[in-house]
Design a protein around this ligand. Structure first.
Ligand SMILES: O=c1ccn([C@H]2C[C@H](O)[C@@H](COP(=O)(O)OP(=O)(O)OP(=O)(O)O)O2)c(=O)[nH]1
Ligand SMILES: [Mg+2]
Length: 164
């Protein structure tokens, strides 16, 4: 992505290979785009790319398509996290961070980008890495109504109760 230069990083995602990866079926809705990729072996996040060119004005947000759809296994969740480099260098984050990709979701993965910079528009090119997908195991709760919750050390203290 760029602010003032024309550089972009389409196709520059190194792909590591590691044993023990979980299998995630993926559909290429946009066959010319690279698949999500891990920049280094052992990375937690697989980078997602933008399927389109666009500019985010200061304070603006945009739901950006990534050109892929996945079938995350039951018992897992995909979490869409911001990229720290975009955050630090350009003020780019996600409105809903982390975004939740449910195991049953079969639509295109989309990323709700936000430009938090107060003065500088940020331009992205198709193929630029815009966010990262982290897969985690997840349990569902069985919510059991009770009259009383068991005591705890924290009790109802929260929202700064321990000081700053
Ligand atoms: O950053 C995101 C967040 C969500 N989704 C997709 C996958 C997810 O499974 C679905 C629903 O997301 P979520 O449950 O967060 O949104 P909602 O507002 O509760 O919508 P719904 O009523 O469809 O559950 O939208 C994305 O593609 N990107
Ligand atoms: Mg929901």
């Amino acid at each position: 992505m760029t602010t003032s230069t024309k550089e972009h990083d389409a196709g520059q995602m190194p792909t590591g290979s590691a044993p023990g990866r979980i299998r995630v079926p993926i559909r290429r809705l946009d066959p010319d785009l690279p698949l999500p990729g891990y920049a280094h072996p052992g990375d937690a996040g697989a980078d997602l790319v933008s399927a389109e060119d666009f500019t985010l004005e200061p304070g603006a947000r945009r739901l950006v398509p990534t050109g892929v759809a996945v079938a995350i296994p039951q018992g897992w969740v995909g979490l869409v996290h911001p990229r720290s480099g975009l955050a630090v260098k350009h003020g780019i984050t996600l409105v809903n961070t982390p975004g939740t990709i449910d195991a049953g979701y079969r639509g295109e993965l989309k990323v709700c980008l936000l430009n938090t910079d107060r003065s500088t528009p940020v331009s992205f090119r198709r193929g630029d890495r815009i966010a990262q997908l982290v897969l985690q195991r997840v349990d569902q709760a069985e919510f059991v109504p009770v009259d009383q919750l068991e005591d705890s050390d924290r009790g109802a203290g929260g929202f700064g109760s321990t000081g700053t």
